[in-house]
Ligand binder design. Structure first.
Ligand SMILES: [Fe+2]
Ligand SMILES: [Fe+2]
Length: 190
């Protein structure tokens, strides 16, 4: 179902496994930002009919955020500062202005972020099994939800203008192909 044109780089998983506490803090911020993104999408006129669907996503992301905060507390890891993600910033930099174009681009960026989360959580669910079974189960429990968000955002973009959304999806998949290969030594999910 995921359309990506490039695999997650091979050095991503070892970096994550070496830095799980920092990754959990980064993950908490990722869920917080996912909740605010869902709310931010409600500003677009083309998405007014989707306001309740977007609220539902924002609520789910806030619940994910709380789940990560609970894990942090349980493990004695303090909630700290987020790292900015060059991959996310690189995608968002290409969002065009103009109501309709902006809405489509913003939706596709959110969709790809959700899609990469879904993909990476799946990897973590399997690779953490023998290392940290609690975390493995936690990540397994998030896969379906992030996959649904990926599909929902993509369908919303296509619902605004199918042809335009397909063209922009192609553009953003190429951009993802380029950006995901940029080295990032920081312990972050994206
Ligand atoms: Fe989430
Ligand atoms: Fe999500």
């Amino acid at each position: 179902m995921l359309l990506f044109r490039e695999k997650v780089p091979a050095d991503w998983l070892p970096k994550i496994l070496r830095n799980l506490p920092a990754v959990l803090v980064d993950h908490a911020h990722l869920e917080r930002k996912a909740a605010t993104s869902a709310l931010n999408l409600e500003k677009y006129r083309d998405l007014y009919p989707c306001v309740e669907q977007l609220n539902a996503i924002a609520i789910e992301e806030l619940q994910h955020f709380q789940l990560v905060l609970d894990l942090l507390k349980k493990r004695g890891i303090p909630f700290g500062q987020p790292y900015p993600s060059p991959w996310i910033a690189g995608l968002m930099k290409s969002v065009r202005s103009g109501q309709r174009h902006q809405a489509i681009d913003h939706l596709i960026c959110c969709s790809l972020i959700e899609g990469r989360s879904c993909e990476k959580f799946q990897v973590l669910a399997s690779k953490l099994k023998d290392v940290d079974s609690e975390l493995a189960e936690f990540y397994a429990g998030l896969v379906e939800s992030e996959g649904n968000h990926y599909a929902t955002y993509l369908l919303m973009a296509k619902g605004i203008d199918d042809e335009e959304a397909n063209a922009r999806l192609g553009y953003y998949l190429d951009l993802d192909f380029k950006l995901i290969r940029e080295p990032n030594p920081l312990p972050m999910l994206h």
